[in-house]
Design a protein around this ligand. Sequence first.
Ligand SMILES: Nc1nc2c(c(=O)[nH]1)N[C@H]1C(S)=C(S)[C@@H](COP(=O)(O)O)O[C@H]1N2
Ligand SMILES: [Mo]
Length: 325
Amino acid sequence: MSRFRYPRPPSSEITPEAVYRRRRELIGLGLASPLLALAGCAGAEDASAAGTTAAPAAPTDTPDGFRSNEELTTWRDATNYNNFYEFGTGKADPARNAHTLVTNPWVVVVGGEAEVTGTFPLEDFLRPHAVQERIYRLRCVEGWSMVLPWQGVPLGEVLARFRPTSKAKYVAFTTLADRGQMPGLRWPVLDWPYREGLRIDEAMHPLTLLATGLYGKPLPNQNGAPLRLVVPWKYGFKSIKSIVRIDFTENMPVTSWNQSQPSEYGFYSNVNPAVDHPRWSQASERRIAGDGRRLVANRIPTLPFNGYGAQVASLYEGMDLRKWF
Ligand SMILES: Nc1nc2c(c(=O)[nH]1)N[C@H]1C(S)=C(S)[C@@H](COP(=O)(O)O)O[C@H]1N2
Ligand SMILES: [Mo]
């Protein structure tokens, strides 16, 4: 437990933001190959300023959905405009407050319906897996979205090592809840600890990433260090941060946002422009990308499953997604 290192790409593959941008321009021109194998909320945005944009069409992704070719969100925006209620409910609060989070050492408890369970130092939990890079869109239920290069390991590869039993129908995730480190826990905004869950097939899906890095650097605390989910076809609140516990369960687990407002946040929470939040439309989103001036202007239509339908729609075949929102 004493020695600890982030699983991170070799330094030769760590790429400063400017190089990311330049490389994408080259890729766009067919001059460089993409980098391979390296990774709920309170108030809605006012989407009524609609009529605003005729937006770019569907995003260009690799066929597996692993890498979006859209314009990236800057490091600055990604690390200063956050939701992490354990550090306050304002968008700037996590960047200001999350320095008190101690991420080293870090242990992950694995429990429930699996042959292998126990308490694992993070480095053992992740050790055998190669860190990969994924460039994903993530859309907050509030109506803004980002595109970021995450580093991490596919969650399914990690979970398989624990050999879930046939009773494991769901996977439950829990965030650290430590008042000494997380000033936001003083307010009963949610019933702490923050909890999320996935159906086991969603958890095993190759798009589901257990992220350890952002822009080739270890995850900043405000983005969920040292370990968070990124589930790109679901609203952002499903992408739980600073995970300390993973349980395989037979029954659908309690999730924080569903527990606090069941009529507003369902267990599935797949991005769906056709199903409005009871208090606001989900038909469009404000893309936070490029330089700061884009913050206001860039309103684009929201896509079913956030644009990952080709990869994940089959998981929900035969389900009424209005009922199972
Ligand atoms: N533990 C925890 N995880 C969380 C949240 C939170 O408040 N606490 N907020 C969620 C929400 S609503 C969103 S949109 C994303 C934001 O991730 P980001 O700040 O890295 O963009 O984190 C999700 N994970
Ligand atoms: Mo969110």
